[in-house]
Ligand binder design. Structure first.
Ligand SMILES: [Fe+2]
Length: 198
């Protein structure tokens, strides 16, 4: 059971920030009033090399080059990899912009859940005017046993053990009217190397 936070500020450039503005609205969630912007990509990482799948029939936008580069840089970073057990992984990457205004609350997650792999990396790329969005980690076997509860700063990454922990992010509203938005990159890693647990 582990979780770590560290800075990814050095990997966030203008191209990555701009890529969130290029996402198309996605309303295919439970509540059609809640609009998010979602990009999805899947691939494989072996050592520091990342290969991407052709996600032809995804309902979401494809990841642009800036997002792919960010993920590849994150996985090639020695200090990150030292914290992530395993050599080979199946990757699922979500690029998400959530927003809230006077008509709707943003719900980054619907409650405690797991990503279904071995590790999850959540990076806050940008945010504006956000009140809420507290990240919470609890033991998977006992959701009442919290092990982490705080906001993440812009540029901060939370790495968590997806096997033994369950995670949630609380809803958010604008701090002072108007619009609030929050841009995230979520990387889920499932080990495919020999040591992977069944
Ligand atoms: Fe999640």
């Amino acid at each position: 059971m582990y979780h770590h936070t560290f800075s990814s500020v050095d990997k966030i450039g203008k191209g990555l920030l701009r890529s969130f503005d290029e996402l198309t609205p996605n309303t295919g969630f439970k509540d059609d009033d809640i609009v998010r912007y979602v990009g999805l990509g899947t691939g494989h990482a072996k050592g520091t090399a990342v290969t991407w799948n052709d996600d032809g029939d995804s309902p979401y936008d494809r990841l642009g080059p800036a997002v792919r580069d960010f993920v590849a840089e994150q996985l090639a970073d020695d200090t990150v990899r030292a914290k992530v057990p395993g050599e080979e992984f199946r990757l699922t990457v979500f690029q998400v912009r959530n927003y809230a205004d006077d008509k709707q609350i943003a719900r980054p997650s619907q409650g405690f859940h797991q990503g279904g792999g071995d590790h999850v990396l959540v990076t806050v790329v940008a945010e504006e005017d956000v009140n809420g969005a507290v990240h919470m980690l609890a033991l998977a076997e006992d959701e009442s046993a919290l092990v982490f509860e705080r906001r993440l700063g812009v540029g901060e990454t939370l790495l968590l053990d997806d096997r033994t922990l369950t995670h949630h992010c609380t809803p958010f509203t604008p701090k002072a009217g108007g619009r609030a938005q929050r841009d995230l990159i979520i990387v889920s890693l499932a080990r495919t190397d020999a040591e992977a647990r069944g």
